[in-house]
Write a protein that binds this ligand. Sequence first.
Ligand code: ARG
Length: 579
Amino acid sequence: MLKNKLENLIGKSAKKIQKKYKLKKLPKFTVEHSRDFQFGDYATNAAMVLGKEAKKNPMEVGDFLIQKIKKDKNFHSEIFEKIEIIKPGFINFTLSTKFLQKNLLEILKQGEKFGSSNSGKGKTIIVDYSAPNIAKPMHVGHLRSTIIGQSLYNIYKFLGYKTISDNHIGDWGTQFGKLIYAYKNWGDKKKINQNPIEEMTKLYVKFHKEAEENKELEEFARKETKKLQDKNKENMKIWKFLVEESLKEFDKIYKILGIKFDYVLGESFYDNMLEQIVNECLKKKIARKSEDAIIINLDKYNLPLFLIKKKDGAYLYATTDLAAIKYRLKKIKPDKILYVVSNEQALHFQQLFASLELLDWSKNIEMKHIKFGMVLGKNGKKLSTRKGETVPLESLIEKAVKLARKAVEEKNPKLSKAEKEKIAKIVGIGAIKYNDLSQNRLTDIVFDWNKMLNFQGDSAPYLQYTHARIKSILRKAKYKSSAKSFNQTLLKNELELSILKQLLFFPEIIERAAQEYNPNIIADYLYQLAGRFNLFYQKIPVLKAEKELRLARLNLIFAAATVLKNGLGLLGIKAPEEM
Ligand code: ARG
């Protein structure tokens, strides 16, 4: 990747400057590709930071730096057209057209693999995401986790990591006692079969209502939980039924969204490890008894107590997460675990990671809470129905598809009904995913349907449409991708170069998205690429260009379509051939 090469070159030369000026430390510098290509294609602030450290004029330092770079044995002069320093001391690198054209050939050769790498080879990463709770509807928070988690999974996989997804379903805990009690007393199996989660929610709500009147119910529920934990046959059977029915509904949503998991190990899976975990904490003296409950003291980290066993003997979400880590360390030996879970659980993960440190489990492993914000309606309030309940995911997805159907109908009425339906699904679901992934993870996102489905705006349909438009041009031209047979040197005007440059950046963009756990870096990149193509296509003839130039331009736009498709794929979004 050119960016890495540049970083190395500049780093090596900077070290020489460091020696020259006898600097104690080498200051950190950045290498960044430019957004508008006005002054160059890559820029570094190395001369500025070195100048500051050495108390020298950065322009002067920059001149030295450039000399050193050019003398390096790894410097290939044919890559750059020019390297210059501009006030107050930025060094700009302009790429040669020859180099850019060589990269185009590379894209044609690599096709759907372009952008991938093996930088993650030998490393294993677990992505813990989605994780809805049994007997409760999957809500927009889980939707965000699912979309972001799947995208990170795709990105890491593309970079050569051994990537493992695990859906840590909430299928255990005291709420099941309540549900089992409610089911035994008021449940109707048939109704649950027809509408599992809705019926279960009703049972749950009814339990709480009745329990307000009759305090005994809580006690009954506790007994049911205990019986379940002791693997009482009847309770296990009801629990299994509730789990299976819920999973069926979740799977429906996963299927629509195109989501798959390597593991679905729910909380219940770790039940038989919990006692042992608590004992280990006690033995290592990081946990202690406090009024019959067991807690981990995290004063050292300025964090509140971490409760791992309640005084009634029940274990908690926290205990299960500890057990899951122990299991994963043993079975999967990951280098990294990502938890894609909303902001609201920030404290839980701080406590969890601090506890790991105390347990001395986390020596060679990096744990990361990949936080995200809430989903809001256009009015800026939490998404909810008129009755104040949260909006069920299925109806949300249905709405997106319905709106997409209308748009597809307008754009391309000649398509067959089946095709329209297929495309509407791809566009509607793409719109939901892109709306999430194109924004910074940490901010609250808004569902603004007009914006999400705007074919001219920063949206999935715009990118999908740009891709389909290129494909339609290629079909008209009866184009066949040919890495060998074209005269690439013909591509040299500004608009062509701007696409070539943007294409070159793709691999480094993916790397950055992975480093920052932010798929929006890819989304933003794709939006720029589509913009550059559309600008080019407005001004420059492709089909009507003379023969050789036509082929060169067809290759160029084919490469753009390839990168659009690869990039959308990393976001979990499909790019149809036709729209
Ligand atoms: N089921 C949890 C919830 O809905 C999310 C679980 C996230 N994963 C984890 N390992 N804690 O809030």
